[in-house]
Design a protein around this ligand. Structure first.
Ligand SMILES: Cc1cc2nc3c(=O)[nH]c(=O)nc-3n(C[C@H](O)[C@H](O)[C@H](O)COP(=O)(O)O)c2cc1C
Length: 202
């Protein structure tokens, strides 16, 4: 099994990137599985939804080639892992734009002229790791964690039929030792394909 780990953070030395690498190491030590990291910032992915994207959304034109490349690497993976810093209680803009452009009509879902919807990503397992500077109590008090899950897990991935396997927030990143979060990410990586392994041996 193969995991595509998408990271959205400008600095390769950040905690976010370290956590992504730790998750990848966990996958690689879990018995023949592989992982690759897609660094959207280093690759210079252009996140702004543009006229060509809109024409493709309306099924008037083919998708732009950079979007097709992203879809192809998701198609090659069994699991999609998003590792991102929480900015203003949400995704970073670049990752949101990546979703806007890549999860297109006709690939992530089909919208029929009568408005009925067909989910197209049922084969995809999804792992979500959001990293935040604030403490978990702040998230609970304001409902930020629930808001993120509603928006991302349900609003994006359930909408397309993808299966959210992991949905974790690693919080207090500015005050607590990063070591615990890095270790947690490695464990999550080792467990990423646990369900598939159990099904194969059953
Ligand atoms: C623009 C910006 C907005 C941020 N907004 C939040 C936020 O809403 N909630 C939060 O918990 N942390 C917030 N943070 C803190 C980051 O989530 C935190 O710095 C990051 O996840 C962990 O460190 P890293 O940048 O080294 O990966 C924000 C940081 C920046 C730069």
């Amino acid at each position: 099994m193969h995991a595509l780990i998408v990271v959205s953070h400008p600095h390769p030395g950040s905690l976010t990137h370290t956590i992504a690498r730790s998750f990848a190491e966990g996958v690689a030590t879990s018995g023949g599985h592989t992982a690759e990291i897609a660094d959207l910032a280093a690759e210079g992915f252009q996140p702004a939804f543009n006229q060509a994207d809109r024409a493709a959304y309306l099924l008037q034109n083919p998708l732009p080639s950079d979007v097709v490349r992203e879809q192809e690497r998701i198609d090659r993976a069994d699991a999609l892992v998003l590792v991102y810093p929480i900015y203003w209680w949400s995704f970073p803009g670049q990752l949101k734009g990546w979703i806007d452009r890549v999860f297109s009509n006709g690939w992530a879902y089909d919208e029929a002229p009568d408005g009925t919807l067909k989910k197209r990503l049922a084969r995809l397992a999804v792992h979500l790791i959001g990293i935040g500077g604030a403490e978990s109590g702040t998230y609970a008090r304001h409902g930020y964690d629930q808001a993120l899950r509603t928006q991302i897990d349900h609003g994006i991935f359930d909408f397309c039929g993808a299966r959210v396997v992991t949905s974790e927030f690693l919080l207090g990143a500015s005050t607590q030792s990063a070591a615990g979060h890095i270790a947690t990410a490695r464990i999550l990586g080792t467990q990423a394909f646990a369900r598939e392994a159990a099904a194969a041996s059953a």
